[in-house]
Design a protein around this ligand. Structure first.
Ligand SMILES: [Zn+2]
Length: 374
């Protein structure tokens, strides 16, 4: 990851680069930022810059053997640790999940814990950084740096480290072997033990700036329009990965698609009993799922309008969705699109404010009955 590929965060980049140029490289960092802020991306760019064979004034070269190895997450002096679940009774170490880790980071270093849980197919299992894993880190650090430069340990989500594991790493974080650098990448400092916190240099990473977010999204998906990019940013709480996931669809999208078409059919039939049941079932699936469903619904409705004006040419939909949208589009028009969008937006805001999901959805359904008939 080169700095130039990290979205926005110019102030942080400048600060990190300046600290390297002034030879103020701390041996223990804490990159603190929300999911999607790019804290892991920044950690990777920082490591790549320090390991690069021919760095420029403000970035790694991106092409030297070291850069290529960092990019593939296969550099022998770059170690990772992250939460996982134990596969066997004696406990596992994070290396056993390295293929999944590489795949997730290669897809996007902006992924969040939910995505990681799915990638591990961990379901309800508890993810942890175990004591055995801490021992494993200590073992790796006994080896000399292969390429003689720095040696790095990136610990993603240290807040999920067992206290015993934290205590085990305490001394080495305080006094690491020469040229060994720890980078803790965390969302919250609450569950990190104070003794570790006090030994790290904390870099607070804010959410990606609105302008940078929207531009990056439009650059990655050239047919996304500005207003669509802006609403995706808000819906996903400025989580870039969430916005990309949404645009790229996937299995979840099929589920939302069938829920949406089912919902709209019930609204069209004005079947309030069925809509009450629907609201109740959605409520049980949890707040985040409802929010995603609403984002999905809003997008479908907008795509119908796009479809109406362009003969379907610009619709970003799967085949199944497009077939549904073609039939459904006749109910969406210039008279009701604004009202529908406003109501879905309002429902999303209400769910975010923790208003009872079942009521919000049922209320929205009743409004939709009227709106799609206008
Ligand atoms: Zn390089």
């Amino acid at each position: 990851m080169q700095f130039k590929n990290v979205i926005g965060q110019q102030d942080i980049k400048n600060r990190l680069i300046a600290s390297i140029q002034d030879e103020r490289v701390s041996h223990a960092h804490l990159f603190l930022g929300n999911d999607g802020s790019g804290n892991l991306a920044l950690a990777l760019a920082y490591v790549q810059y320090l390991l690069c064979h021919s760095p420029t004034e403000n970035d790694s070269c991106g092409t030297c053997p070291s850069c290529l190895k960092v990019t593939k997450l296969q550099h022998p002096d770059l170690h990772f640790s992250y939460p996982f679940f134990s596969k066997q009774s004696g406990g596992s170490v994070s290396d056993e999940f390295l293929p999944e880790w590489r795949e997730a980071v290669n897809k996007s270093p902006y992924f969040d814990l939910n995505y990681w849980r799915d990638a591990l197919t961990a379901e309800n299992k508890q993810l942890l950084i175990t004591t055995k894993e801490a021992t494993n880190i200590l073992h790796k650090l006994k080896l000399k740096a292969f390429e003689g430069k720095y040696k790095f340990v990136i610990i993603w989500r240290p807040e999920m480290m067992r206290t015993e594991a934290s205590n085990k790493l305490l001394k080495i974080i305080e006094e690491p072997p020469e040229k060994t650098i720890f980078i803790l990448v965390a969302e919250s400092q609450e569950n990190i033990i104070q003794t570790i916190l006090s030994r790290t240099q904390i870099t607070k990473i804010p959410a990606i700036d609105d302008r940078d977010f929207v531009e990056a999204l439009m650059q990655k998906y050239p047919d996304v329009k500005e207003d669509e990019a802006i609403s995706l940013m808000h819906y996903n709480n400025k989580n870039f990965f969430g916005a990309c996931q949404f645009l790229e669809g996937g299995n979840e999208m099929e589920l939302y698609h069938s829920l949406f078409s089912d919902w709209m059919r019930k609204c069209y039939m004005a079947d309030t009993a069925a809509l009450m049941k629907f609201s109740d079932e959605m409520h049980k699936s949890g707040r985040e799922k409802i929010k995603q469903f609403l984002v999905y619904s809003l997008n479908m409705v907008r795509q119908c309008i796009v479809g109406n004006y362009t003969d379907g040419a610009l619709m970003r939909l799967s085949k199944g969705e497009a077939a549904f949208a073609q039939k459904f589009a006749q109910f969406i028009n210039n008279r009701n699109i604004e009202g529908i969008s406003a109501e879905i937006n309002q429902a999303h805001a209400d769910i975010s404010r923790n208003i009872y999901g079942k009521l919000v959805l049922f209320d929205l359904s009743i409004k939709m009955i009227k709106l799609i008939k206008s």
